[in-house]
Design a protein. Structure first.
Length: 171
């Protein structure tokens, strides 16, 4: 059986429903949210460069909200039900010491958005100081991440009710 692949970069997203379809991306301070519906077996991933932007004297989170809403809408269009959506989140590293910690802000936005929208986040791997290569199979919710061998990441944070077979695997 042949596999189908999509590689996304900053500001992009992809959705799919074939069990052999995989979406991949490389993340530094950016964050990717993987969404899927385990019943409809459809899902997708986005790649958010900046979830917050400066506007006037304040901070605006429309960039992140837009990226998340576009992903949700695309997944719903191929058969997902909003009340069954599950999530995993990756990225948000602090790539350069001494500069602003945009990775942390991106990570916090993503977790806050999911909580506010009532979307269960089964697990996340956010923070640290190194880039990640992430692969996501949207039909099953399976996710893999790869980092340099000498790199320590913050521990994966699972939600206690994670369905079996959908955990985070390192490769």
């Amino acid at each position: 059986m042949s596999s189908y692949r999509a590689h996304i970069t900053q500001g992009e997203r992809a959705v799919g429903q074939r069990e052999t379809f995989v979406i991949s991306t490389i993340l530094g301070s950016c964050v990717s949210c993987c969404l899927w519906d385990p019943v409809a077996k459809v899902g997708g991933m986005n790649h958010m460069l900046l979830t917050m932007s400066s506007k006037g004297d304040g901070v605006c989170n429309l960039a992140g909200i837009n990226a998340m809403e576009l992903l949700i809408n695309d997944v719903l269009k191929i058969g997902a039900s909003r009340d069954r959506l599950r999530a995993k989140a990756f990225g948000g590293a602090r790539m350069v010491a001494g500069l602003s910690d945009i990775g942390n802000m991106n990570s916090q936005f993503t977790l806050d958005f999911l909580k506010k929208e009532g979307i269960t986040c089964d697990s996340h791997s956010l923070g640290g100081e190194t880039a990640r290569h992430v692969k996501f199979w949207p039909a099953t919710g399976r996710a893999l991440q790869k980092v340099r061998g000498d790199t320590e990441l913050p521990p994966e944070i699972p939600v206690p009710e994670t369905p079996s077979g959908n955990g985070l695997e390192l490769f």
